[in-house]
Design a protein around this ligand. Structure first.
Ligand SMILES: Cc1ncc(COP(=O)(O)O)c(C=O)c1O
Length: 362
């Protein structure tokens, strides 16, 4: 439906609007020219695994062994899939905050496990130990901590993460820490829960968001060797290895391009401040994102539509597309996601149209 409108402004986009850095693209081209086109080691090339471990050590103080504690995956998506398929069995439970990125729930269900979403809407989208505790049962196998969050932009503080880590320390529960937006944090350095509880944590990361490489499909999974050695079997029989050419480009991104995200981040931060100011001036209830490139905005009470119908109405009446909150679990209802991974001009026009629409509904 959205595609049938000519002059529609789309604020739905879930990927960076920058091109992949030039030097990274060149490394990919060179890999093809030099016939680096065969299978690699199942876990990825050793040089890339070294670069990935150096990256998370330098950036987040995490310590992983390149030969045994990291797997190069087909995007963060595959890392999520193989992690769940290794640790979940029929009837086990996974605790997740809601609203949340929709990529976990179906995989948990395909494993025969049960997703247990916890409503974080009333707590400024913060997921706390106190909220988690009542849902822990003998069936709980994993807790998902996806920070910075898509769709809310919220990151947990070091103190909040430490509290969760110390509670889980002596329990047989894994943490799946999806940190794909870790390079896009505004005003604070990203903290990984793995720095407090490495032995229970599976860290997911990748180059899709940090280096604007969504189509190259390179992700990383970091975990202690006793976990990784089993996950590697699922990965191996699933995809053999990640794309060899993309692995060469990824090596360039994580070495020469180690700080490539900084320039993009500066621009995202400027846009975030602009959009925040505009949304507040429309009297919309919104939380300033700590990271990623989304606002999760409350639909005003004057509008009685559910989030899906609201999004449809906004397309039809204002020619602006946003993502309905209900796409992010049942606890996304009542909200919409607005992405600022688009140009200033697109943002300005889109926000002007939303403003006009809201005034017409008062
Ligand atoms: C929270 C989160 N995790 C994982 C992914 C998937 O990343 P990839 O493109 O590397 O598979 C996304 C993509 O939007 C995401 O938002």
């Amino acid at each position: 439906m959205v595609a049938s409108y000519d002059d529609l402004i789309s604020l739905t986009i879930g990927q960076p609007d920058f091109p992949t850095p030039r030097h990274v693209k060149k490394a990919g081209i060179q890999a093809i020219e030099e016939n680096f086109t065969s299978y690699t080691h199942n876990a990825g090339t050793l040089e890339l695994r070294h670069a990935a471990c150096d990256f998370v050590k330098k950036k987040y103080g995490l310590h992983y062994q390149p030969d045994s504690e990291v797997i190069v995956t087909v995007g963060a998506s595959e890392a999520i899939d193989i992690a769940f398929r290794t640790i979940l069995t029929e009837g086990t439970e996974v605790i997740l905050p809601g609203p949340i990125y929709p990529g976990y729930e179906p995989i948990i269900q395909m494993c025969g496990a049960i997703p247990i979403h916890i409503d974080i809407r009333k707590n400024q989208f913060r997921f706390t130990l106190e909220m988690i505790k009542p849902y822990i049962t003998e069936k709980t196998r994993c807790i998902v901590l996806p920070y910075p969050s898509n769709p809310t932009g919220v990151s947990l503080t070091e103190a909040e993460l430490k509290e969760i880590a110390s509670f889980l320390k002596d329990r047989d529960i894994f943490i799946l820490a999806d940190e794909i937006y870790s390079e896009l944090t505004y005003g604070q350095v990203h903290t990984s829960i793995a720095s407090f509880l490495k032995e229970k944590t599976i860290v997911i990361n990748g180059l899709s968001k940090s280096h604007s490489m969504t189509g190259w499909r390179i992700g990383f999974l970091f975990a202690p060797v006793n976990i990784t050695k089993h996950i590697l079997k699922v990965h191996q029989y699933n995809v053999s290895c990640a794309n060899s050419i993309a692995q060469k480009a990824a090596y360039e991104a994580l070495t020469t391009g180690i700080d490539d995200a900084l320039l993009m981040k500066k621009e995202y931060e400027r846009r975030r401040d602009y959009v925040y100011h505009r949304l507040l001036s429309m009297d919309l209830e919104v939380i300033k994102p700590d990271g990623a490139f989304y606002f999760f905005v409350k639909i005003p009470t004057t509008i009685t539509l559910n989030s899906f119908d609201f999004a449809l109405d906004l397309v039809q009446e204002a020619k602006v597309a946003v993502v309905p909150g209900s796409a992010f679990s049942v606890f996304g209802e009542g909200y919409f996601r607005l992405s600022f991974a688009c140009s200033q001009e697109t943002l300005e026009t889109g926000l002007n149209r939303i403003n006009k629409y809201l005034i017409s509904k008062k």
